[in-house]
Design a protein around this ligand. Sequence first.
Ligand code: ATP
Length: 263
Amino acid sequence: PSQQLEFESPRPTLRWADIGGYVRIKQELQQFIRLATSETPSRLGIRPPSGILLHGPPGCGKTTLALAMIGESACNVISIRGSELFSKYLGESEARLRRLFQAARAAAPCIVFMDEVDSIAARREWSSVESGSPALRVLSTLLNEMDGVHESRGVVAVGCTNQLDKIDDAILRPGRFDRLVEVPLPSADDRAGILQVLAQRAPLADDVCVTTLAEMTDAFSGADVERLFREAGLAAMRADPAAAVLAKRDFVSGIAAMQDGRL
Ligand code: ATP
């Protein structure tokens, strides 16, 4: 019980409805969690998937998607941030990782959510060549624990990374992260979906058209679209310190400001 307290993570409050666009990816994640937590595969003598790794460029909603999947599931969750394991817990990283998986098994059905997997599972040539280096010891602990997860069932691994090329291939073998899902930059349709979700929290003037904005924000990530609402808010306040709504011209100057900053 003390272990569970050490790792207790609040259940995410995010839901599928908070995610704009990415319809196919949402379906894939729904299907994954259904399969991974169902008894049916074992009954049929096939192995359920044990882990899923979301990868793609920064700010494209990997963490948000993973948290929505966890929030919508009936599982407990234990979260770990890759970089934290080496900074905050330096010197006890492996022991902590082992206790974490032990706590997850005790809390089954439980999702182990690993953000920044690349910093826990860096490819061997990226970490020190020294065989006893902390990074290598952590990697082999993680591989061992993930294999244990597969045997014990009831524990599902969910990971995110924006550096798939830095990850050790061994982590992608069956029984570990055996599903890979790419979360690319959003398409115009996806951006329209993201704009729609974010627009629910913002007072918009009648002249704002989500489809037009989606077309004007080529190459924006979800995080960029989120920032656009802040930029538009600032533009609205500059035009009228008592502004009550965001108008099309505010978004237009927000987009211009962001594109200037980038080029
Ligand atoms: P990183 O690799 O940098 O960790 P990430 O891909 O995990 O990035 P998130 O942290 O999930 O990206 O998203 C960044 C921000 O953008 C979040 O605050 C989120 O609210 C918003 N966002 C991104 N994509 C979407 C989306 N599809 N729908 C709604 N909000 C989104």
